[in-house]
Design a protein around this ligand. Structure first.
Ligand SMILES: Cc1cc2nc3c(=O)[nH]c(=O)nc-3n(C[C@H](O)[C@H](O)[C@H](O)COP(=O)(O)OP(=O)(O)OC[C@H]3O[C@@H](n4cnc5c(N)ncnc54)[C@H](O)[C@@H]3O)c2cc1C
Length: 531
C-alpha cells in the first residue's frame, strides 16, 4: 500500500546506518523530531465538494487528500505538519480514453479547474490546488493504463498515458523490448507524467530523455483532439510534440502515447571508478561525454557526495577496505570523486566501449573498482528515495535541486549553488549539508543535481520558511550562473518565478497564447508552469 504522507510503499523502510546519523549530527545538528499530523484529522477537515455528482467522479475524502499534493518538500511539510488546506472537490477515475473525453465535457459544463494526476510524484508543486472560486477536479489517470500495441518491426509501442514504469517495462520486456526510461520515481510515475514534465531517466545517455522516446500520440483538449503521428522525421513546420513535452497539464490530457522502444540489451553493466580530485574527475567525464563512446550513463559525484554516499552505504568494514585500497593507489579518500559508468548493448559493443573508456579514465588518473559498486547502485537505485521518510522521522528534511549548464560553467555553478544553500540559513543559525553530482552529461555540458539536508524547525510554518529561503537562494544562484531552472523536474509552481529569465517575455506570451487557444477558459491546471 502506498504511504499517504511520504514516499513509496508503506511496508518498506530503509534504515540510516549509525555512521550516517553521526555525520548528520556533526554537520547539521541534532534532528528536531516533529509529530505527524494524523490522517483522521485531515479527513474530517476536507470541505464539502462543490461539484455535482457524476458516475466517474468521487468525493471520497481520502482520494481528495491523496490528489491534493505531489512529493515536493512544501507538499511534505503540508501533509506531515497538517498545514495542507486546499483539496480538489472531486477525483475523476476514468477507465478509458472515452471516459476522459466525457470527463472533459463534464468539467467544461461546470467550469471546473482540471488537474491531470499521473503518479503524483512531482517534486515542484505541479499538483497543488490553487485557490479558486471554481470547483477543482483532479483527474486520476491510474486506470487509463493499457498497452495498446507493440509494433516490433518499427520499434514503437503505444500505451495509455496512465501506465506506471514497472508495468510498462513488464509488458515490453515480455516481448523482448524496453523503453529504457528509469527515473528514480520509476515505481510510481507514469508515461503521461514523464512526457508532461520532460523527464529524464538514469540511463538517458543510451536511451535518450523522454523527448527522444516520445514519438507521438493524442492529447484531449477543450478544443478537440490534438493528434501527432509518429513520423520518423518531418520537415512539416514546427513539431507540435515539442510543445506537448513539458506542457504540465496546461494544454489538455495526454491520452495515448506512442514511444520508441529498443530490444533488451545483452549487457547492462555499471562500473565504479574513483578519481583523485574533482578537477581530474570533471575533465575525464567531459572527455567521455565528448567522445563517441556508447555509454548508458555517466554519473559523477563530487567529493562531498562521495563521502556522504560511502557513509550512507553502511557497510563499514568494506568501506574501510575500499579507502585503504584508494590510499594504496594514491587517492586521498577525503578528495575522491566517485563516478558510475554504464556499458550497454551487445557483448561486443560493451567490450569496445569499456576498452575505449579505459584509455580516457587512465589519462585522468581514474581507478576502476569493478562492478560491485555499480551492482549495489543498481539494486538500490529506487530504494534510496525511501531514506527521505527515515530522515524526516529523525527530524531532518531533504530536498534536491537540478540545473544544466555548458561545460565552462559546470564547476562554478555547482560550487555557487552549494554555497548559496550553506549560507541561506546562517541568520537563523541553522547548518546545511549539501552535495552534488553530475547526473546526465552531454557533449556541450552537464546537469548538476544537488541534494541538501536541513533540520525541521519547531513549527511547519518555520520549516516551510526555511525551505523557501534555501530554494530561493539556490534558484537565484542557478539563474545568475546562466543555468536552466530545471533539467528534468519541470516548472510546476515552485520554479515559476525563474522561468521568464530563460524564456523571455516574448516566449512566455507566445506559450500563454497557445494555451489560451486550446483552453479558452483557463481550466487546465491554472497557476502551474506560467505565472
Ligand atoms: C523520489 C523521486 C525521484 C524522482 N526522480 C526523477 C528522475 O530521476 N527523473 C525525472 O525526470 N524526474 C524525477 N522525479 C520527478 C517526477 O517523478 C517526474 O516529474 C515525473 O515525470 C512525474 O510523473 P507523474 O506520473 O508522477 O506525474 P504527476 O506528478 O502526477 O504530474 C506531473 C505533471 O504532469 C501532468 N500530467 C501527468 N499526467 C498527465 C497526462 N496524462 N496528461 C497531461 N498532463 C499530465 C500533471 O498535471 C502535472 O502537471 C522524481 C520524483 C521523486 C519523488
Amino acid at each position: 500500500m502506498r504511504r499517504w504522507n511520504g514516499w513509496g510503499d508503506a511496508s518498506i523502510r530503509v534504515e540510516l546506518p549509525p555512521e550516517a546519523a553521526v555525520l548528520l549530527q556533526q554537520r547539521v545538528g541534532n534532528g528536531r523530531i516533529s509529530p505527524d499530523y494524523p490522517l483522521d484529522k485531515f479527513l474530517k477537515r476536507i470541505p464539502a465538494a462543490r461539484l455535482p455528482q457524476h458516475p466517474l467522479v468521487t468525493d471520497d475524502p481520502l482520494q481528495r487528500l491523496q490528489c491534493a499534493h505531489g512529493q515536493s518538500l512544501p507538499d511534505w511539510i503540508g501533509l506531515r505538519g497538517g498545514t495542507l488546506n486546499r483539496f480538489p472537490d472531486g477525483v475523476a477515475q476514468p477507465e478509458s480514453v472515452q471516459d476522459l473525453h466525457a470527463i472533459l465535457a463534464y468539467a467544461g459544463n461546470h467550469n471546473a479547474v482540471v488537474i491531470p494526476y499521473g503518479g503524483g510524484t512531482s517534486v515542484v508543486g505541479h499538483l497543488s490546488v490553487c485557490e479558486s472560486e471554481r470547483p477543482v477536479l483532479s483527474v486520476a489517470l491510474r486506470r487509463v493504463n493499457r498497452l495498446i500495441e507493440i509494433d516490433g518491426p518499427n520499434l514503437m509501442a503505444t500505451f495509455e498515458a496512465g501506465i506506471r514504469g514497472p508495468e510498462l517495462e513488464r509488458q515490453l520486456n515480455a516481448k523482448g523490448f524496453t523503453l529504457g526510461h528509469f527515473p528514480q520515481s520509476f515505481e510510481y510515475s507514469t508515461l503521461g507524467g514523464w512526457v508532461a514534465t520532460r523527464s529524464s531517466g538514469q540511463q538517458s545517455r543510451h536511451y535518450g530523455r523522454i523527448e527522444q522516446l516520445y514519438a507521438g500520440g493524442e492529447v484531449a483538449t477543450f478544443k478537440g483532439q490534438l493528434k501527432m503521428p509518429p513520423f520518423p522525421a518531418s520537415a512539416a513546420g514546427p513539431d507540435l510534440r515539442q510543445v506537448v513535452l513539458g506542457s504540465e497539464g496546461r494544454m489538455g490530457i495526454l491520452t495515448r502515447i506512442i514511444v520508441n522502444i529498443l530490444p533488451l540489451p545483452d549487457v547492462n553493466d555499471i562500473q565504479g571508478i574513483f578519481f583523485p580530485s574533482w578537477d581530474y574527475a570533471s575533465k575525464a567525464v567531459k572527455a567521455l561525454a565528448q567522445s563517441q563512446i556508447s555509454l548508458s550513463m555517466i554519473r559523477l559525484s563530487n567529493a562531498q557526495e562521495t563521502a556522504a554516499n560511502l557513509t550512507l552505504a553502511g557497510h563499514a568494514q568494506q568501506i574501510r577496505w575500499l579507502k585503504r585500497f584508494l590510499r594504496f593507489r594514491g587517492i586521498d579518500p577525503a578528495l575522491a570523486c566517485m563516478c558510475l559508468i554504464g556499458y550497454i548493448g551487445s557483448a561486443r559493443l560493451a567490450r569496445v566501449a569499456k576498452s575505449e573508456a579505459a584509455t580516457i579514465i587512465r589519462r585522468f588518473k581514474g581507478v576502476p573498482v569493478g562492478k560491485r559498486i555499480g551492482d549495489a547502485w543498481k539494486k538500490n537505485r529506487f530504494r534510496s528515495a525511501y531514506l527521505r521518510n527515515t530522515l524526516w522521522e529523525l527530524g531532518y528534511a531533504v530536498d534536491t535541486l537540478e540545473t544544466a549548464v555548458n561545460w565552462d560553467k559546470v564547476t562554478v555553478t555547482m560550487n555557487r549553488v552549494e554555497d548559496a544553500l550553506m549560507q541561506a540559513l546562517e541568520p537563523v543559525n541553522e547548518r546545511i549539508l549539501a552535495f552534488s553530482h553530475l547526473s546526465h552529461v552531454y557533449a556541450t555540458g552537464a546537469s548538476i543535481y544537488t541534494t541538501f539536508v536541513f533540520r525541521l524547525a519547531d513549527t511547519p510554518q518555520k520549516t516551510l520558511d526555511h525551505w523557501r529561503k534555501l530554494k530561493q537562494a539556490a534558484s537565484q544562484a542557478i539563474v545568475k550562473a546562466g543555468g536552466t531552472i530545471s533539467h528534468h523536474h519541470g516548472i510546476g509552481r515552485d520554479h515559476q518565478p525563474y522561468l521568464q529569465a530563460e524564456k523571455g517575455a516574448v516566449g512566455i506570451n507566445a506559450l500563454r497564447q497557445m494555451f489560451a487557444y486550446l483552453d479558452p477558459n483557463q481550466q487546465m491546471n491554472p497557476g502551474k508552469l506560467l505565472p
